[in-house]
Design a protein around this ligand. Structure first.
Ligand code: ASP
Length: 369
């Protein structure tokens, strides 16, 4: 209880200080540096692993990001400091170091970030050897005129920017799981790409049933979005992508409009789940546009999920009821600090939120549930 009161006081103190500074500037005849439309309660929202992983420390991603935001740090820097905890945690096999590798056993990472107030963005895809792709994405945003660097070029850029480039980001665990997967699939799979896809997916499903892979980590990612008391919105998404993917495969996570979209005047949305389904509809962009038209984050998210459902007609992607068989989730916050986590499938998984009341896991609103 004491903790909660302290947090609240902390937020209020910060807001009061900002107001006092603005009032002083106005009294001195200067324009305020920031126009504060109304008091916004700071919020950080992320996928569930944003309030699970601590990488041996004592705080999770959403707690870390929230504390930094209310302490006045740049919102994007705060969010990236948060997701770095998950990227660096070897126990999270869906993000950064120790993420499940591609079909060749190589960990390839994707990330992007967007800064609402600055209207800037950066991303990297199929990046090898750097544990924190979100920081490289931010360097692309800050140091270049580009929005997306991929593969060797992204790695070369990271090296030039001073990032450590390692030979191999596998942990013993991710390497062992890859070997197990490899052992299960048709040794002739490379001869027939269709068979390869089928056997590869079936082997992965089997490994999930056997409890070797967390279903949340076959796909699996962290998206984290936040807003401060000045209504400044930012977001970041970072992932090792689909486990056992074809080398070079890039999903939705590093693609602006798909794995993340932020409009500083409207809201932010990001995703985890089947990237291909999201890429087809650029759903994070769609969600932000729906919020622009006045929808609540939850309704905007549902609109995107309905679009995904309508676009899913291939039999291999449908279950016995004729509905999409895969998972796809969105984490959404609007300019007023209202938020929602929506999922395509009914799920026991939860998303993470941190507000002045502290961090918690919250049930998704699901379309098919
Ligand atoms: N969306 C990511 C991808 O498709 C993976 C995930 O979030 O599960 O690469």
């Amino acid at each position: 209880m004491t903790k909660k009161l302290n947090r609240r006081q902390f937020v209020l103190t910060g807001a009061a200080a900002g107001l006092a500074a603005t009032t002083a500037r106005l009294a001195a005849g200067q324009a305020p540096t920031v126009y504060v439309p109304r008091a916004v309660k700071p919020v950080v929202i992320s996928s569930g692993n944003g309030h699970t992983r601590k990488n041996g420390g004592d705080k999770t991603c959403v707690e870390t990001a929230f504390e930094k935001i209310v302490a006045g740090e740049d919102v994007l820097d705060a969010l990236i400091a948060g997701v770095n905890i998950v990227e660096l945690d070897p126990k999270d096999t869906s993000v950064g170091y120790g993420g499940l590798p591609n079909a060749d056993g190589v960990v390839q990472l994707d990330s992007c970030c967007m800064h609402g107030p600055k209207k800037q963005a950066g991303g990297v895809a199929a990046l090898e050897g750097v544990r924190t792709p979100s920081r490289v994405a931010r360097a692309v945003m800050k140091q270049t005129d580009h929005h997306l660097l991929v593969g060797k070029g992204a790695q070369h850029f990271a090296r030039n920017m001073g990032f450590e480039v390692e030979d191999d980001l596998n942990t013993d665990r991710s390497r062992k799981l890859w070997l197990d997967w490899k052992r299960r699939i048709d040794p002739a799979h490379y001869l027939d790409p269709l068979k390869r896809e089928k056997y590869g997916y079936e082997a992965a499903q089997q490994m999930m049933r056997e409890g070797l892979i967390d279903p949340e980590h076959f796909w699996g990612t962290i998206n984290c979005n936040g807003i401060n008391a000045n209504a400044e919105l930012c977001g970041v998404t970072t992932t090792s992508g689909l486990a056992w993917k074809i080398p070079g495969r890039v999903g939705d996570s590093p693609i602006l409009g798909a794995g993340l979209y932020v409009d500083g005047e409207v809201g932010a949305a990001g995703s985890t789940g089947r990237g291909e389904a999201n890429l087809y509809g650029l759903c994070s962009f769609l969600i932000v546009e729906e919020m622009r038209r006045g929808k609540h984050p939850k309704d905007a998210g549902m609109e995107a999920l309905k679009r995904v459902r309508a676009n899913t007609i291939e039999k291999r992607l449908l279950n016995d009821q004729g509905e999409p068989s895969f998972g796809l989730n969105f984490y959404i916050v609007d300019k007023q600090g209202r938020y929602a986590g929506v999922s395509l499938q009914p799920t026991d998984a939860r998303y993470a939120v941190c507000t002045e009341d502290g961090p918690e896991h919250v049930a998704f609103d699901s379309l098919l549930g």
